[in-house]
Design a protein around this ligand. Structure first.
Ligand SMILES: NC(=O)c1ccc[n+]([C@@H]2O[C@H](COP(=O)([O-])OP(=O)(O)OC[C@H]3O[C@@H](n4cnc5c(N)ncnc54)[C@H](OP(=O)(O)O)[C@@H]3O)[C@@H](O)[C@H]2O)c1
Length: 212
């Protein structure tokens, strides 16, 4: 399966590095090709810079490593070309609160995973993943030994679940499914399965299963 990451900021660049470290090939796209090319140059032969347009065309799995509003915009812009594809959503719907903290930008009972899933056209599937850990932990906990760190995910579709579980493994984490996309809120900031929630850190499989 061809994998692409759209967005080469904190999460996109670190996820790309994790995948390349695991020997996986990845297409990289961002707001401008130069940023994607700069990152691809640092990662070597397994990373290839492309335009967002090319990424949408070529990839079977598209990680939307962008903020929620941008993800909404991309889903609308490329709607006709998304059937058949798996979209991966790491977004946390937050913004600075002006006091050094963060505030949720959507309703208390809402999740960005469910909001985005509702915008996905028929034939495309959305999976929530890669948002439960901070960018720093996404790097430091990848391929952790002896006990791998868990990467939680949530999905409604079995085939998409399997594909994203394989992607989480390739990124150096132990995939644990929290349930359907309606469980996304638990994976997002302020949710109990997020690193900054009750867990407080990247957990191992036994800890993750106990928390579910
Ligand atoms: N940072 C974290 O610790 C963390 C942890 C978990 C989840 N997340 C989630 O991951 C997502 C990305 O966060 P981040 O921290 O990586 O943000 P970021 O550092 O701001 O990176 C966002 C990336 O998206 C690109 N972008 C913006 N508009 C675009 C467009 N129309 N088409 C293609 N690319 C576009 C940006 O390019 P420009 O720089 O040119 O604008 C940038 O490369 C967010 O939803 C966030 O909630 C973040």
């Amino acid at each position: 399966m061809t994998k692409a990451i759209i967005g080469t900021g904190s999460i996109g660049s670190r996820l790309a590095a994790n995948l390349v470290a695991g020997g996986a090939g990845v297409l990289l796209a961002s707001n401008n090709l130069a940023d994607a090319a700069t990152l691809a140059d640092t990662l070597g032969d397994h990373a290839t810079a492309v335009t967002v347009d090319q990424a949408v065309d070529a990839a079977d799995v598209l990680v939307l490593a962008v903020w929620l509003d941008t993800a909404k915009q991309l889903l609308a812009q490329y709607r006709d070309r998304l059937p058949g594809k798996i979209l991966v959503d790491p977004s946390n719907p937050i913004a600075p609160d002006g006091n050094g903290g963060f505030v949720k930008t959507i309703g208390a009972g809402e999740s960005s995973g469910q909001i985005l899933a509702a915008l996905v056209p028929a034939g495309a599937r959305l999976v929530k993943a890669f948002g439960t850990l901070s960018a720093e932990t996404l790097t430091s906990a990848s391929r952790r030994a002896p006990e791998p760190a868990v990467g939680f995910y949530a999905a409604d579709d079995d085939a998409a679940s399997d594909a994203v579980a394989a992607l989480i493994t390739a990124a150096g984490f132990d995939p644990v499914k929290a349930g359907g996309i309606d469980q996304s809120i638990r994976l997002e900031v302020f949710g109990d399965l997020h690193e900054f929630g009750a867990l407080g850190r990247a957990v191992n499989r036994a800890e993750a299963l106990a928390a579910l």
